[in-house]
Design a protein around this ligand. Sequence first.
Ligand SMILES: [Zn+2]
Length: 76
Amino acid sequence: MTTPQPCARCGNEIPAERLQALPETQVCVACSRAMGGEFTVYVTPERISKEGSLKKNYGGYTTRKVRKPIKPAGGE
Ligand SMILES: [Zn+2]
């Protein structure tokens, strides 16, 4: 069971379906859109192949998610 949580930005309840799909979310769908996404995702290719090698390794990517600062809606 997912417990509904209030949005960290506007205080509205985050729907349980959203929390199930994204358990780490702290904002509702509307706020996530308004912020342009709750997270900034950095994708870094891992350099496994040797420098100058013609063979490329397509397997390795590191993704790093960084939560954006959440500003309360209408606070400014
Ligand atoms: Zn919200």
